[in-house]
Design a protein around this ligand. Structure first.
Ligand code: FES
Ligand code: FES
Length: 171
């Protein structure tokens, strides 16, 4: 899908925190958060799959909650704290969920992986998943066309308590 930006069209300035950095951005009212991240800020770790809220490839964290960036207008993120896959690690230290995905080899092509990891981090902060079945149910919005679900669920199951602890430390 090609996205056309009207460089001279009047935009609105929004202020937000993106991956720990305060940013002031000029956005057109119709630009989605996904297009802002990928096409204007070059944060291409967040993937565009369906662009219709059905695959989860575009999942990012807004104020600690997982959202689909393709269904979110950038302008709605005024004042928000956003974390994308690029901002999940703490410097050189990978996020526990990232480490678990590597340990469990929880990807094949990797296209869904950033969304899976961000979604799983958000799930941990929600504190709603306490067993494998609940993880499967609550991660069902994140599709993997390679079918790496067994390893993905194993990774999430392992990292969930670690991530939850980390979230509590940060809250
Ligand atoms: S690209 Fe956003 S849900 Fe598929
Ligand atoms: S690893 Fe290929 S789509 Fe999930």
């Amino acid at each position: 899908m090609t996205t056309i930006f009207f460089e001279n069209a009047e935009g609105q300035t929004i202020a937000l925190t993106l991956n720990g950095e305060r940013r002031s951005l000029q956005v057109q009212p119709w630009i989605t958060l996904l297009d802002l991240l990928r096409d204007q800020l070059d944060l291409v770790g967040t993937k565009k799959g369906c662009d219709h809220g059905q695959c989860g490839a575009c999942t990012v964290l807004r104020d600690g909650k997982r959202i689909n960036a393709c269904l979110t207008l950038a302008i709605m993120c005024e004042g928000a704290e956003l974390i994308t896959i690029e901002g999940l690690a703490d410097g050189e230290n990978l996020h526990p969920m990232q480490r678990a995905f590597i340990t469990h080899d929880a990807f094949q092509c990797g296209y869904c992986t950033p969304g899976q990891i961000c979604s799983a981090a958000g799930l941990a902060y929600e504190g709603r998943a306490h067993n494998r079945e609940q993880i499967q149910e609550l991660m069902s919005g994140n599709l993997c066309r390679c079918g790496a679900y067994t390893n993905i669920i194993a990774a999430v199951e392992e990292a969930l308590p670690l991530t939850r602890d980390q979230g509590e430390q940060h809250s």
